[in-house]
Design a protein. Structure first.
Length: 137
């Protein structure tokens, strides 16, 4: 039985629950899996050749430029929750890990955590409500 690394890459790509992307040294998408595109409401073809900034509001781009990229330049990687901009204009909360590769490209892994964050907020709200009720008794 012969092992073909391309088959493994295709299987991981197809089965991954995370968005996977490769960006050139200018920050343009040269590869992304369907999951990465779907997180933001796009098809793969719509994002190829586009800059990563397409997926973030001006406010988030400014934040990333001022707060994240300095750390990224120093360490060659970062992991952070960010608020992405979907194609339809809606927001998506994403957990993003970005790693610099030796050839100047960037490897990105992202996961939609919007529902997880909404559940956490509902739980915080519930606990605050319970505290307020106890306080008033």
């Amino acid at each position: 039985m012969n092992f073909n690394p391309d088959d493994l890459i295709k299987a991981v790509d197809k089965l991954s629950k995370e968005g996977l992307a490769l960006l050139d040294s200018d920050g343009n998408y040269v590869y992304l899996n369907p999951r990465h595109a779907r997180i933001y409401g796009y098809e793969v073809e719509e994002l190829l050749g586009k800059p990563w900034q397409t997926l973030y509001s001006e406010e988030q781009r400014d934040f990333i430029g001022s707060q994240v990229m300095g750390s990224f330049a120093e360490f060659g990687e970062f992991t952070r929750e960010l608020i992405g901009k979907k194609k339809d204009g809606g927001s998506v909360i994403v957990h993003v890990s970005l790693t610099a590769l030796d050839d100047g490209k960037l490897f990105c892994v992202c996961r939609d955590i919007t529902e997880e964050e909404k559940m956490k907020q509902r739980e915080r709200d519930r606990l605050i409500q319970q505290i307020m009720e106890l306080k008033n008794t």
